[in-house]
Design a protein around this ligand. Structure first.
Ligand SMILES: [Zn+2]
Length: 201
């Protein structure tokens, strides 16, 4: 059996490392790009190169932003309420809340959740940066919008303990979200209800 040329194998191997892509799909995608129009492979290659080089994290909230800007558009906006911070796990969750159109405050992206099983502790997340933000003052409410999972709950409890001394309002999204479900998959109305029905911690 003839072995595939290395450049094709390289692409197949890379595709296989993506979530939800098995060996068969990886091969199909690689051959699709090989046979397909040149500009698709080139467009994809260019987009992949820029994915990391042209993006970075916002210096305030750690959302994804262009590497050419220090802070993201939400943090830079003068139209948004600076006194409310919605704390989420991932940048995709910012997108999910933004899509509801029902929130006009700021965000803070933790980049994960506390998970003893996976060896992820508070120091591995952007928690210190959040506490620093609150310490600076001007914050009246922290909405903890971690996913309704065990790790999400543990993280919320940890945050509550850390923020208690500041005497500000600390709330958690209402339990409208499916337990164990991801915020990013929740439909807009469910998320809006969870926001509106948020409860004091
Ligand atoms: Zn920001």
């Amino acid at each position: 059996m003839a072995i595939l040329p290395q450049p094709i194998l390289n692409l197949i191997n890379a595709f296989e490392r993506l979530p939800g892509i098995g060996p068969k799909s990886a091969s199909r995608l690689a051959f699709f790009l090989l046979r397909g129009q040149d500009d698709l492979a080139n467009t994809l290659a260019q987009a992949l190169l820029e994915l990391k080089s042209a993006t970075s994290y916002c210096a305030i909230c750690y959302n994804i932003t262009l590497s050419s800007q220090d802070v993201c558009d939400i943090c830079a906006s003068t139209q948004r309420d600076k006194s409310v911070i919605c704390v989420v796990e991932e940048p995709l969750d910012v997108l999910a809340v933004e899509r509801t159109g029902g929130f006009n405050g700021q965000y803070h992206v933790l980049h994960g959740v506390i998970s003893p099983i996976e060896g992820i502790g508070p120091e591995d997340l952007k928690i210190k940066a959040l506490i620093d933000r609150v310490e600076k003052g001007g914050i009246s409410e922290i909405i903890i919008a971690t996913n309704p999972s065990m790790e999400g709950d543990v993280t919320a409890q940890y945050l509550q303990k850390q923020l208690l001394k500041f005497g500000i309002r600390i709330t958690r999204l209402a339990r409208g979200l499916p337990v164990g479900g991801d915020m990013e998959y929740a439909d807009q109305n469910t998320l809006l209800r969870a926001l509106a029905g948020r409860q004091e911690l």
